[in-house]
Write a protein that binds this ligand. Sequence first.
Ligand SMILES: Nc1nc2c(ncn2[C@@H]2O[C@H](COP(=O)(O)OP(=O)(O)O[C@H]3O[C@H](CO)[C@@H](O)[C@H](O)[C@@H]3O)[C@@H](O)[C@H]2O)c(=O)[nH]1
Length: 245
Amino acid sequence: MNTRVGVVVPTYQEAATIGEALKRLHDLPIDDLLVVVVDDGSPDGTADFAEKAAADWPAGRRELTILRRTEKSGLGRAYIAGMAAALDAGCDLVIEMDADLSHPAAAIPGMVERAAEGADVVIGSRYTTGGQLDADWPLSRRLLSRAANFYVSVLLRLKLRDVTAGFVAWTAETLRAIDVDTINSNGYSFQVEMKWRARNLNATIVEVPITFSERAAGSSKMDLAVKIEGLKLPWRLLFTRRPRG
Ligand SMILES: Nc1nc2c(ncn2[C@@H]2O[C@H](COP(=O)(O)OP(=O)(O)O[C@H]3O[C@H](CO)[C@@H](O)[C@H](O)[C@@H]3O)[C@@H](O)[C@H]2O)c(=O)[nH]1
């Protein structure tokens, strides 16, 4: 079966890397590919750089779309908009990927293959056997990432190595079952809430090893609000009544 693959790339202030990120996606050996860049009005003109790159994308089965939003409303909100666009465009598999070159685009064909073999969710995992972190990733980020993974996986009983991973492939069926519009997380907690919903739906979740690179340029958008939302998340998920998922 031909798989239409959607890759959603949220951007805020990624002018320095978006061109290379799109080039790497363009060069993938995938016939039916839609890339959706979701930019929240980056003052550095990220969306214009993406627009320029779009000129290199032939019309037809390999497409690049840019969603220009006016306000920075968080990584989770950007993904929800981008995933909806990918589903509307008929994608069978939707992949989340950062714009800062920290996620290896070259791992995407392998993730597509695992989904074709039956996985509902494929996590590009830093912490499963064979996964690696760039030696340049700051110690403070390593500790934060490990602590966050431990905290949410214990509280939510998620038997995953990389619960906070942001490089993840989802089948369209799983996204529809999760009903992504009902995800409450605005920021990076989105990653955990999505995996928690998938686990509760008994989705088949697999982790494939990736090498996570330090961002090539620019800076992380992880601020205090993002961290506080992350701390509260497990408690909200455990004690808030939800109709489904
Ligand atoms: N549109 C939009 N994009 C955003 C926003 N905030 C962040 N982004 C984009 O989302 C991607 C990830 O943001 P970073 O700021 O680079 O994330 P990070 O600190 O490197 O965190 C990464 O690792 C975490 C796990 O440790 C992941 O949880 C997270 O999703 C991300 O992959 C980047 O492409 C960034 O431009 C926002 O409010 N709006």
